[in-house]
Write a protein that binds this ligand. Structure first.
Ligand code: GTP
Ligand code: MG
Length: 243
């Protein structure tokens, strides 16, 4: 019971039950925390019904409204840190873009001491492992990662990846008050911050599959935040603890 997967949800009624059941079918006993932003489609009700079946390993935190992915994750991280048993804290989407089976591979990398942060990466070793995305979106994501790498010098091929295992120590060390971004830039900011704080980041190749059910929450605002945000990151200073 050392691992918890934080899954943020906004209108995921088509996916949520299947993804939870899939995680609970894995060979490692993962716990799951759903952070739901008052989804109008009733996602939270489905989770609460399942909580009766999985009372010891499924949890939900509900927020008042849609406040963005970044703040949902920070909310989830704080919940996980408050419980000392969790040594490996995961980020994963609800829409099956991330294959839950890969949780085991990400966890192994951290549990074997190979890294403090294991990143499920679409772009590693010259490969682009994305299924079902329109070419325009693949290009956007791929070149966004290249751009981030150029500006920040972070040694990661997939800087906006949202499938990550953090060791407890990393999340304890990062000052969440200083994490400012909410969209893709949040993913960049977390990796960059961990890197600047001296933690080891490792990329684990994964295949990313576009959602087949439910709706995307991507927006122009999120893309702009990321484009401008990387410059702001570059200008910042980092030190451990009392930042
Ligand atoms: N709690 C919460 N969850 C969110 C919010 N925005 C997105 N999510 C969830 O975050 C995860 C990723 O969002 P997606 O809509 O899949 O974003 P994406 O992967 O960029 O876009 P597509 O997969 O193309 O739809 C999903 O589980 C969403 O339900 C939010 O504001 N609050
Ligand atoms: Mg998605």
């Amino acid at each position: 019971m050392d691992s918890i997967v934080v899954i943020p949800t906004y209108n995921e009624k088509e996916n949520i039950e299947a993804i939870i059941r899939k995680v609970f079918s894995l060979s490692h006993p993962f716990h799951v925390l759903i952070v739901d932003d008052h989804s109008p489609d009733g996602t939270a009700d489905i989770v609460k019904r399942l909580m009766q079946e999985f009372p010891d390993r499924l949890f939900i935190n509900e927020r008042q409204g849609k406040m963005g992915l970044g703040t949902a994750y920070i909310h989830g991280f704080k919940y996980a840190l408050a419980n000392e048993q969790y040594r490996y804290i995961f980020e994963m989407d609800a829409d099956f873009s991330h294959n839950p089976e890969d949780l085991l591979r990400l966890r192994d990398v951290c549990a074997n001491g190979k890294a403090d942060v294991a990143i499920g990466s679409r772009y590693v070793g010259g490969m682009v492992n994305v299924v079902n995305w329109p070419m325009g979106r693949v290009m956007l994501s791929y070149y966004a990662s290249k751009y981030v790498r150029l500006i920040t010098r972070i040694p990661i091929g997939d800087a906006t990846a949202g499938f990550v295992c953090y060791t407890r120590q990393v999340l304890q060390t990062i000052n969440f008050n200083r994490i400012k971004f909410v969209g893709y830039a949040f993913q960049i900011e977390m990796k960059y911050t961990a890197h600047r704080l001296g933690f080891n980041l490792a990329e684990v190749p994964i295949v990313f599959t576009d959602r087949t059910l439910g709706q995307s929450k991507m927006s122009k605002g999120i893309i702009m935040e990321a484009l401008i945000g990387v410059f702001q990151l570059r200008l910042r200073k980092y030190k451990r603890n009392n930042e």
